[in-house]
Write a new protein. Structure first.
Length: 202
C-alpha cells in the first residue's frame, strides 16, 4: 500500500513537471513568434533616428509607469535598420547594464510590453545628426539623479536632441523614497508636439 502511494506521488510529480515544461515551451514559442511579428512591423516602418518607447517588465518599470501615469517606462533611439538596433542608456538589460549601449532589437523587445515609435518633426539630416550626437555617449555611465550629472534614458536623448533641435521637455517633481527632485519621464516625449507617432504596438 505504501509503495503504491509513493509510486502515485512520483507519477503525479513527474506529470506536473512535464505539463509545466510543455506549457513553458508553448509560451516561449508564442513569445518568440510575437517578437518576430513586432520585429517585422518595426523593420517596415522605422528609420534611423526615430525614438522607441517601451514599458519594461521589471518592478522599477512599473513604478516609473505609475509615477508618470504612462504606458511607457523607457526610451531609446533607433541606431540602425539593417539590422535593427537600439541605442539607449539602461540598467535593466542583462548583458549591458548601467551605461549607454547599442542593443539588438530582438533582445530589446524581450524586455518590453508596450512599444511606440516617435519621429521628430525635423528633416532627415537633423535626425541623423542627433543620432551621431547620441553615439558620442556610447559607454557613458548611467546616473539616475536630479542634479547636473544626471544621465539616464530620457536625459541622454534630451541632451542629444538639443544639440541640433530646439525642444522643451517637461520634468516632473518626484518625492518617492530615495528619489526626490525633478525627473524627466519617457511620457514627456510621448506628449510633446515636436514628435509624430509612427507606430504603436500594445
Amino acid at each position: 500500500m505504501e509503495v503504491n502511494t509513493k509510486i502515485k506521488f512520483l507519477f503525479s510529480t513527474v506529470s506536473l513537471v512535464l505539463l509545466g515544461l510543455l506549457f513553458y515551451k508553448i509560451y516561449i514559442d508564442f513569445f518568440k513568434k510575437d517578437i518576430e511579428n513586432i520585429y517585422i512591423k518595426l523593420e517596415n516602418d522605422v528609420k534611423e533616428g526615430d525614438l522607441i518607447l517601451r514599458q519594461g517588465l521589471e518592478l522599477d518599470s512599473s513604478i516609473i509607469s505609475f509615477m508618470s501615469d504612462s504606458k511607457f517606462s523607457h526610451i531609446g533611439i533607433i541606431n540602425s535598420t539593417e539590422p535593427l538596433t537600439v541605442l539607449h542608456a539602461t540598467t535593466n538589460d542583462k548583458e549591458s547594464q548601467n551605461k549607454a549601449t547599442i542593443q539588438d532589437m530582438r533582445d530589446f523587445l524581450k524586455e518590453s510590453k508596450n512599444i511606440k515609435i516617435l519621429r521628430l518633426k525635423a528633416d532627415e539630416k537633423t535626425r541623423l545628426n542627433i543620432l551621431k550626437e547620441a553615439r558620442k555617449h556610447l559607454g557613458r555611465a548611467f546616473v539616475l539623479s536630479s542634479d547636473k550629472d544626471k544621465f539616464y534614458c530620457t536625459t541622454f536623448l534630451e541632451e542629444s536632441i538639443k544639440a541640433y533641435f530646439d525642444i522643451e521637455l517637461k520634468y516632473t517633481d518626484v518625492d518617492f523614497s530615495l528619489f526626490k527632485g525633478k525627473y524627466l519621464f519617457p511620457q514627456s516625449f510621448n506628449e510633446n508636439d515636436s514628435f509624430i507617432s509612427i507606430l504603436e504596438l500594445y
